[in-house]
Write a protein that binds this ligand. Structure first.
Ligand code: PMP
Length: 414
């Protein structure tokens, strides 16, 4: 067999296994076969390279395989991997990262509970709020996304995702995001209000600062805990290290994941010593996890945060955003470029246009994405340290696609 024939055979085999043995989450996965990734580039099995403008959905904020992260991982695997369920042993990499992380946070957010993922961080935060307040009612917002396990799904503001799994948690009320009047529904039965400070999957929606402040005040007034889900907005994505800083309010609990560990799986919810103490007793071990705060992920997270701080990537996030806006605002099909920092959404004139543009950009080597709740919005979330020359190349491709794209009709069933 020639090498080409062997390669073809291997490709068919991989394709068949992907189709038959890997669970799909839709009938149309993007299906790119990745062989390598570094910085802002992902290399594919056909030898081509794409510029990653979505960072694995706001995960690879310092690019793929950052050398500092790789070094930290190597050092940690020489020491130890998993040794004990979370919370029992003193593990140096967990402690060192918590130290650096809490140095960046206000006095009331100083105790870190590590998880493995974003949804698990939200699960913990919701349970913590119930345990601390003794209340049960939860408030969330229409258009929100908090994850796909039962608790997080219960507070996710899109019926189409909740309905197939009802009954979910009882006593959850959804309010319109950004509506001042609606905040009266937060009352002295409310354990917590959970919100993304900037909605991601809902379509990159930045609320008024006045509204976020009123939300904070209302929660304090009635003794409800305010949970900010910063899983997507955290770690410099919006031009400040955490989005709450940009609004000048501090939540009672913050949840984190995604970009936290430079491409490794890690999440956390962070609160005050007083609130977090509710998990210690009545009963002890009322919230435990085996792999939360995996030592390798924590070592990676410390390196990733050091990179963000040392290279001032929060400020760079703003500059990345400005360049994207300048290049794309007012182009054909573009209704609006919205967002904050390098968490951006390109609102287009319809679903068919969006799909055609995403497809055409991918063919020309630029990877863009959708958001879960929105059909006419392209997500742009480049690595915060993307070299400006690479960003300009990607934007030039996007501009030429916007100028020339042929809109492909999408069959209704798709
Ligand atoms: N909250 C927000 C705001 C998110 O964007 C996501 C992931 N898209 C999650 C929670 C869930 O995180 P994970 O996929 O790690 O469970």
């Amino acid at each position: 067999m020639t090498i080409m024939a062997q390669n073809k055979c291997r490709a068919d085999q991989v394709d068949r296994t992907f189709r038959e043995h890997i669970a799909w989450t839709s009938d149309h996965p993007i299906g790119l076969e990745v062989t390598y990734a570094a910085g802002p580039f992902i290399q594919l099995s056909d030898g081509t390279e794409v510029i990653d403008l979505i960072s694995g959905i706001a995960v690879s904020s310092i690019g793929h395989r950052h050398p500092r992260v790789l070094h930290a991982i190597r050092e940690q695997i020489e020491r130890h991997l998993h040794v004990m369920v979370y919370g029992e042993f003193v593990q140096q990499s967990q402690v060192a990262f918590a130290n650096l992380l809490t140095d960046q946070l206000p006095d009331t957010l100083q105790v870190v509970y590590y998880t493995m993922s974003g949804t698990e961080a939200n699960e913990g935060a919701l349970k913590l709020a119930k345990k601390f307040t003794g209340r049960r009612k939860m408030i969330a917002f229409e258009g929100s996304y908090h994850g796909d396990t039962h608790g997080s799904l219960s507070v996710t503001g899109r019926r189409v995702y909740r309905d197939p799994f009802e009954p979910l948690l009882p006593d959850v009320q959804f309010l319109p995001f950004g509506d001042l009047e609606a905040l009266h529904a937060i009352d002295d039965r409310t354990a917590c209000v959970i919100t993304e400070p900037i909605q991601g999957e809902g379509g990159v929606i930045v609320p008024d600062t006045g509204w976020i402040r009123a939300l904070r005040e209302r929660c304090s007034e009635v003794g409800a805990l305010l949970i900010f889900d910063e899983i997507q907005t955290g770690f410099g994505r919006t031009g400040t290290l955490f989005a709450f800083e940009g609004f000048g309010v501090v939540p009672d609990i913050i949840t984190l994941a995604k970009a936290m560990a430079g491409g490794m799986p890690l999440g956390a919810f962070v609160s005050s010593a007083e609130i977090m103490a509710s998990f210690r007793t009545d009963p002890p071990l009322s919230h435990v996890t085996t792999f939360g705060g995996h030592p390798v992920s924590c070592a990676a997270a410390r390196a990733a945060l050091e990179v963000i701080l040392e290279e001032s990537l929060t400020a760079r996030s703003g500059e990345v955003g400005r360049r994207v806006r300048t290049a794309l605002e007012g182009r054909p099909h573009v209704r609006e470029v919205r967002g904050r920092g390098a968490m951006l959404g390109l609102a287009l004139d319809g679903r068919q246009v969006t799909q055609s543009i995403v497809d055409a950009c991918l063919k020309q080597g630029v990877l863009l994405g959708w958001t879960l709740h929105s059909n006419d919005l392209i997500r742009i979330a480049p690595p915060l340290n993307i070299p400006f020359s690479v960003l300009e190349d990607a934007l030039a491709i996007m501009i030429s696609v916007l100028d020339d794209v042929t809109i492909r009709p999408i069959p209704e069933a798709e």
